[in-house]
Design a protein around this ligand. Structure first.
Ligand code: ZN
Length: 152
């Protein structure tokens, strides 16, 4: 039995580990459902990434008007103001103020069953700076946020 579990672990976890650890270090995947929660508490990229692509999936069932989510990246210090300005900008602007230069990257708002991606240049990011990813949908950023780290 122990032997079978070991084989199972090798089959399942080794390929998964390689995918997550090395080749796809500049390609991130994250999801959220019908609750105010991302499925990952933090994200990290390598400082060697020139371009980062984030694929964001809404695994819930509720429409974007009710439980929409997006994925936004900014400096940690800018999160509150981006979110409050986004709330004023409203749903028609995707809860992001038009031309908000504090936003490093942002997807559009999606609803249940939808997937969206965003790519951005990572050369501008510094491992000495504190970054946070969050959802700017009305009222979500308090719960839906986590550190975005640049590691060497
Ligand atoms: Zn959200």
């Amino acid at each position: 039995m122990g032997f079978l579990i070991k084989i199972f672990a090798l089959l399942v976890f080794v390929p998964f580990g390689f995918t997550d650890g090395q080749r796809d270090v500049c390609n991130l995947e994250i999801a959220a459902g019908d609750t105010l929660k991302f499925d990952k508490t933090q994200l990290q990229i390598s400082s060697s990434c020139e371009k980062v692509t984030v694929t964001f999936t809404h695994t819930g069932k509720l429409p974007a008007t009710v439980m929409g989510h997006n994925w936004v990246l900014s400096k940690t210090a800018d999160v509150k103001l981006i979110a409050s300005d986004g709330l004023i900008a409203g749903a028609s602007s995707g809860y992001i103020k038009a031309g908000d230069e504090r936003v490093i990257a942002a997807t559009n708002i999606i609803g249940g069953g939808q997937t969206t991606t965003v790519s951005f240049g990572a050369g501008q990011l510094s491992s000495a700076e504190s970054y946070t990813f969050f959802c700017s949908f009305a009222g979500h950023s308090f719960m839906m946020a986590g550190p975005f780290k640049i590691v060497n």
